[in-house]
Write a protein that binds this ligand. Structure first.
Ligand code: BGC
Length: 397
């Protein structure tokens, strides 16, 4: 493959507040405390058959593994982390603003936390890194949880009130992701009922989806009013389906939400990790079918269907580092192929900059370009990060 990416292509990595900042007080931090013991006890049943089990067993069976706590202490070390991103030739960074910090009590906005995120954006800009702000990456303030969270009929209005504040603080920020993966959020929280709020019900699942869609539309309008030049969208978890009822699954999982906000999005944000088919290369740890060809098909499909710029907002793997380098090169290669055939892709973000807190899997999966030592908070740049940095530097694969 020899492909030159267009000038100004965005190369970056992604994080989310709850997974890296540390010290958050929200629905997840409360849920972790209540469920850590159970998750540790159930870990063998869940992961005992993975080839990696002997390596992760001790960690997985320790309840502390499921408490996010300080995670990477990125809240205090973001400058250091952005120095690393810059040294890796990244020119964009996707992060999330934590709603529970900005509005810890209903209707009361924290000046201190607003200033914190001002500093975050400033630190990125000083390093020549374009900020991509996510407004909601799954966690919610406790007061909102107590009102029923996204099931509350006024949920879109509560979200809009928070967005109005944030949009007014950053009128110059160009890229906005309102919501992260509503399909995974509603799927795990309301369809399967295994993550907060563990409220398994088809009815609630449908209502929550509707509220999320309305919340996006409200946020879209608010941000565009604050800055008509802004590019606003969502990012969605996309699977390349090939098996039983693949067309139906493709519609419900990949496209339904995008269709519901069709006129209110300036770009298509895709998080792609895997397909549903057996591929020659399975990742060792999670057994997610590693499928760059599926990624190519997805990009072609989305490019033709929506005719909007595409940003790959997440793509990553939990595996040995050599395989991470391989995964990145293969997926960027697939993306280049799709672009060569006309797909208008404008940016690629690896998930994740740092080893982070992986929700109900705790600290077991390690996706980072940068390895974390959680005891010393030392950051160690992995070889895959340097391999990816060469692609970013050359803007070519
Ligand atoms: C989520 C991230 C998560 C990643 C890896 C994505 O679905 O947006 O929060 O860490 O997958 O599991």
């Amino acid at each position: 493959m020899n492909f030159q990416f267009p000038k100004g292509f965005f190369w970056g990595s992604a994080t989310s507040a709850h997974q890296v900042e540390g010290g958050n007080i929200n629905d997840w931090s409360a849920w972790e405390k209540a469920n850590a013991g159970r998750l540790a006890l159930q870990s063998e049943k869940k992961s005992g058959r993975l080839p990696v089990w002997p390596e992760i067993k001790d960690r997985a069976q320790n309840s502390q593994n499921y408490i996010s706590g300080k995670t990477c202490d990125h809240y205090n070390r973001f400058r250091e982390d952005f120095d690393i991103a810059k040294s890796l030739n990244q020119n964009a960074h996707r992060f999330s603003i934590e709603w529970s910090r900005i509005e810890p009590e209903e209707g009361k906005f924290s000046e201190k936390e607003i200033s914190h995120y001002r500093e975050v954006v400033k630190a990125l800009r000083e390093r020549g890194i374009e900020p991509f702000i996510t407004l909601w990456h799954w966690t919610i303030p406790l007061w909102f949880r107590d009102k029923g969270g996204w099931f509350n009929k006024n949920a879109p209005d509560y979200f809009a009130r928070y967005v109005r504040i944030v949009a007014s603080v950053f009128p110059e920020v160009k890229f906005w992701i309102t919501l992260n993966e509503t399909n995974v959020y509603a799927g795990k929280g309301y369809w399967e009922g295994i993550r907060p709020p563990q409220s398994k019900s088809l009815f609630r699942y449908l209502v929550v989806n509707r509220h999320l869609s309305r919340a996006h539309i409200a946020a879209y309008k608010i941000i565009k009013t604050a800055n008509p030049e802004a590019c606003v969208g969502i990012t969605h978890h996309i699977i390349y389906f090939t098996r039983f009822m693949n067309k139906l699954k493709n519609y419900f999982w990949n496209h339904l939400f995008f269709s519901s906000i069709r006129d209110c999005q300036d770009f298509i944000g895709l998080n792609y990790y895997h397909s549903d088919r057996d591929t020659a290369e399975h990742v060792k740890f999670k057994n997610w079918p590693f499928d760059p060809e599926g990624f190519y098909f997805i990009l072609k499909d989305f490019a033709g269907r929506y005719e909007k710029p595409i940003y790959v907002i997440e793509n990553g793997v939990w595996d040995e580092d050599e395989r991470r380098s391989h995964f990145i090169a293969e997926h960027i290669g697939a993306m280049a192929k799709a672009m060569g055939e006309g797909a208008d892709v404008r940016g690629y973000f690896y998930w994740s900059l740092l080893d982070n807190f992986e929700w109900d899997n705790g600290f077991c999966p390690r996706f980072g370009l940068v390895e974390m030592d959680y005891k010393t908070m030392e950051r160690k740049i992995r070889t895959s990060a340097r391999d990816y940095a060469k692609i970013c530097r050359d803007n070519r694969i």
